[in-house]
Design a binder for this molecule. Sequence first.
Ligand SMILES: C[S@@+](CC[C@H](N)C(=O)[O-])C[C@H]1O[C@@H](n2cnc3c(N)ncnc32)[C@H](O)[C@@H]1O
Length: 217
Amino acid sequence: MFHVKHSIDYLDFSPESVAETKKLFKDNESSLVEYVSKLMWWNKKINLVSRDVSRETLMRHVEHSLTIATSELYSKASSIVDSGTGGGLPGIPLAIVSSDKEMVLNDIVSKKITACKHMASVLKLKNVEGGARSVEEVQPNEGALLVSKHAFKINDLYGMIGRLPYSGVILLKGKDDVRQELEGVKGSLQIKVFDLYSGFEDPFYKGKALVEITKKK
Ligand SMILES: C[S@@+](CC[C@H](N)C(=O)[O-])C[C@H]1O[C@@H](n2cnc3c(N)ncnc32)[C@H](O)[C@@H]1O
């Protein structure tokens, strides 16, 4: 049963946010391309993204990751935790475009964090830390923002982080999954679901959403 105590708004991802995402991508293109090269290198050794993924598709994943940087919740936070980061998505692209923010990359699989730390060091990113543990064991700074791409269902995630002092959560996930995933979530959440396809009008974004979650005051 969906708890009526949550509020959920479905919104378009605005043309301004699309333009901002594309500008961030363009302004940082050489570092982002270098990241993708390193990710492809590591992916031959350990499974970080699907086996035969092309460079072009990975660049789309990078652009997708950067949509988070247009959010007001993101701009207000100085410390970001990317949990379930895998090969560093969205955390490494975000660290590249936001050198003023501390980025903590977290994954339960330690070899993925080893790869992420190596990529961050080759890219000379001074704002990246990595921790191999489950999301509920991460100790965030007060007011940190948790971000994640295709790693958790909302109810599973809130079961693990509900008591931790995050200012909010931004998830990249399927637009149609949100309502069902609120089942069993304790407390009252305020949720905004931004339809990325409405903004980009590109088949890559079909069904994909940026989901902003905060606790109701
Ligand atoms: C589908 S992958 C997504 C990886 C990356 N975010 C991306 O978009 O390419 C999900 C990741 O979540 C990690 N994961 C699963 N459960 C976790 C947990 N409890 N805490 C931290 N990471 C977890 C997995 O090891 C995996 O790397």
